[in-house]
Design a binder for this molecule. Structure first.
Ligand code: DGL
Length: 262
């Protein structure tokens, strides 16, 4: 019985990394819809049909749980997926709540980085309105980070130039927290931390998502004869994509090793 971890592309690998830390003995299938990445610049209807086609290709009687490791896909289809399947379906949403809690103590603003589609959706607006602090929250789509991540470019001059172009104009004395509301953006933690003044905290929802997975499937105790495994699958025609997924996971693992705030 496997846990399916799903994203439009490489971003969900950052959530898989967290899952492997907490639940190392499980059988994982990581599915990337690389034939249709990026989702964030498509319409809701296009993304919905991409998600359903991906599910057709991945979900079997052997599926134990589904982790939608994509904020955009969660905002479009999590309700439908929960209705459709009898096993646990866990999604991701921008971690605005902890960011706002932090900002109440520092008095600083929150900047939510996510895809254009996530930021347009009612689910995001409901989340912000529920917190009753919308005056303190700004948002910004960063599609260029999805492109760079898909090219496995996580640091260096192109990343720096894009951060300058998109984030260079902010008065960071006013901001205390950035929410990484797209799983692809987590690859840029190191680049963002170097770009931003040290008081700006980066927050994402991976830990919460994996905690929920753990609650729903059990504790993750070692099972005899079951050392855990990862199978990489994808929808696109790039035969090199499984290697890219492996590389992205290894890179992220190395990048986060020794970091306490991941
Ligand atoms: N990784 C996805 C997310 O968390 C979306 C990236 C994309 O395909 O645009 O929102």
């Amino acid at each position: 019985m496997s846990i399916v971890v799903f994203d439009s592309g490489l971003g969900g690998v950052t959530v898989l990394h967290k899952a492997l830390q907490v639940l190392p003995y499980e059988q994982y299938i990581y599915f990337a819809d690389d034939g249709h990445v990026p989702y964030g610049t498509k319409t809701k209807e296009e993304v919905r049909s991409c998600i359903l086609a991906s599910m057709e290709a991945t979900i079997t009687d052997e599926t134990r749980a589904l982790v939608v490791a994509c904020n955009t896909a969660t905002s479009i289809a999590i309700g439908d997926l929960r209705k459709r399947y009898g096993f646990p379906v866990i999604g991701m949403e921008p971690a605005v709540k902890p960011a706002v809690e932090l900002s109440r103590s520092t008095g600083r603003r929150v900047l939510v980085l996510a895809t254009a589609l996530t930021l347009r959706e009612a689910k995001y607006h409901d989340l912000v309105n529920r917190l009753g602090d919308s005056g303190r929250i700004d948002s910004l789509p960063m599609p260029g980070l999805v492109t760079l991540a898909e090219e496995l470019v996580f640091t260096g001059p192109r990343v720096q130039a894009y951060l300058d172009e998109t984030l260079g104009g902010y008065d960071w004395t006013k901001y205390g927290t950035i929410v990484l509301g797209c799983t692809h953006f987590q690859f840029f933690r190191t680049a963002l931390a170097a770009f931003l003044p040290p008081h700006v905290e980066l927050i994402d929802g991976s830990a919460g998502t994996v905690r929920r997975l753990q609650e729903l499937i059990g504790s993750g105790e070692a099972v005899a004869d079951s050392p855990g495994s990862i199978e990489f699958r994808h929808s696109g025609s790039d035969a090199g994509y499984p290697d890219k997924m492996r590389h992205a996971l290894d890179w992220y693992r190395r990048d986060r090793s020794g970091q306490t705030h991941d």
